[in-house]
Structure formats: structure tokens, C-alpha cells
Design a protein around this ligand. Sequence first.
Ligand code: ADE
Ligand code: ZN
Length: 328
Amino acid sequence: MNIEACPKIELHLHLEGAAPPHFIRQIAAEKHEDIGGILAANGDYKFSDFRHFLKVYEAATSVLTSPDDFYRLTREVLQHSASQGVIYTEVFLSPDFCGGCDVTAWQEYLAAIEQAAAQSEPEFGIVAKGIVTCIRHFGPDQARKAARCAAETAGDFIVGFGMGGDELQGKQGDFAYGFDMAREAQLHLTTHAGEWGGAESVRQAVFDLKVERIGHGVQVIDDPALIEELVARQITLEVCPGSNVALGVYPTLDAHPVNDLRSAGVKTTISTDDPPFFHTTLGQEYRQLADTFGWTSKDFIALNKTAAEAAFCSAETRQSLLERLEKT
Ligand code: ADE
Ligand code: ZN
């Protein structure tokens, strides 16, 4: 099977987390900023654990200070995704990193990101939509500001609201106000849960935030009753196996529950999260899943159909994605 050529749908990709280190280095050099502390001698990002990863991520992101930086980043990221066969991607965008959650500044950054996405669609053959994301360890008040940015810009491009960051700080329900605001603005909802916070965090995401999808969600494997609940509610997991192994949630792909979750009937999709940080690509994820679990092209087509069904896009876009997958 030619995994590179197989059309792919990615539902969980952080825009800043997809910035290659060479791109961040270039922008830093243009601004005469020193980012040596976050890079290893070979030029890769350098971190030791999840909390350190978040710090390095924020340090790298801090060199992106203008709408034009985000225009360039979006072009770079979408071109790379398209090279992996990605035809549709949902990208997490953080108003916190785009003018500090000020609505006017956010609108300017978003206009640049949207312009880059619109140009990339015919040029690289990839459709992109945005999910505004609050950062959990910045707290519920800041999350409310991010939700306001999301609500003010909901539409054809901004289709969802979500939460990333340090899952071990606070509870999912602490952020219900922001999620309610986003829901009222007709946005779809997802949150990182069950990456670090156990099955209990997934339970809170389902019952306290009422999300339709869950970022990671893999630790639900420890709670069979909750697995049944996810199946019954048709909640889709945005599983990022390479991210989980790189950050030490699981020691190896062999030990990762993605195959068992699929077998249990949980709607499962595959994404890369922050690919240059984790030395991965979507093509590499597919290849390793094929090697480890024996997944075939039939499995990957089924996974991508699940992703098309769970995408936060319009019915017309979903239909055209399903037709495209039908032809493979
Ligand atoms: N932000 C970027 N990557 C993340 C991850 N894996 N978990 C939580 N927040 C994130
Ligand atoms: Zn993530």
C-alpha cells in the first residue's frame, strides 16, 4: 500500500506545534532573538517531559509576533500536510498566542491565517478549518476570553472550540462557561482529555463540557463502562499515537491502546498533534500503525471515513470528502 499517496483527514494539529524548528529559527534570526535554549545541537526542539514540552512550545511560539508570521507559518504547515496526502485538516489556533486574546488583534491574526488557508487550498490541494483553542493552564478567565474570540469569529473557517494545555491543572468543568459560550455561537466542541488526566478526565469532558470529540482520550481504556458510553454517544477520539509515545504516555506503540479502542467500537481517528516536536509525520504514523497492528489500506480508508464523519465542516464539504475517499 502506498501510504504517502493515500488521502488523509487530520483532525488534531496545533498550528504552532506544527512549526518546524528551522522555521522558528529563521523568524527568530530575522528579529535578532536568541532561542538557543530550546534547541538541541542538531537543531531539533529539546525537552525532557510534558511540562517542559509545554514551556519549549511556548518559547518557540513567542517569536511569532505578527499576523504575517502566522501567514507564513500557515503556508508552511499546510504545504507540509499536503505533502503527506492530507486533503482536509482541522488546525488548533490559540488567540493567547495571537495578540493575547484581544478580539481586535485576534481578528487581524485570523485574517492572515485565513488568507494563507484560502491560497493553499487550490495551490496544495488541502482544505483547512480552524478550531479556536484555549490553554488550560492559563486558567478559566483566560479561557473565557479565548471563547469570546471564538464566538466573535465563528463561521465558515472557524468551526470549533477546544482546550489544550496542562490537563493536570483544574477540572474540565472549570471551563464550562467558555464551552457554553462557544456552543451558543454554534461552534463544535472538543477538548484534550485522557492524555494525562486518566479516564476521569474523559468522563468530565463528556458530562461537564458535553464535547462531541476528544483530543487523545486514550486513557479511557481503563474504564470499560465509559468506553461503552463513548460508543453509545458516538464520540470520536482524535488519537495521536506518536505524540503519546514521544511524551511518554506509553513506552512504545505496541503498548498503545489505539488498536483495542478501535476493536471496542470507539470512533477512532489518527493525527500528529505537534509533528516536528515528536519527529513524526502523518505518513510515518500510518506506516508504524500498519507495521505494529497489521492495519491495511481498508483500515485506513475506514479511519478516514470516521474522520470525515466527525469533521466540524459543513455537510457539503463532508460529502465531497466522503466521495473522494470512496474513490480510493
Ligand atoms: N498543546 C500542544 N500539544 C499538546 C498536547 N499534546 N497536550 C496538551 N496540550 C498541547
Ligand atoms: Zn493536542
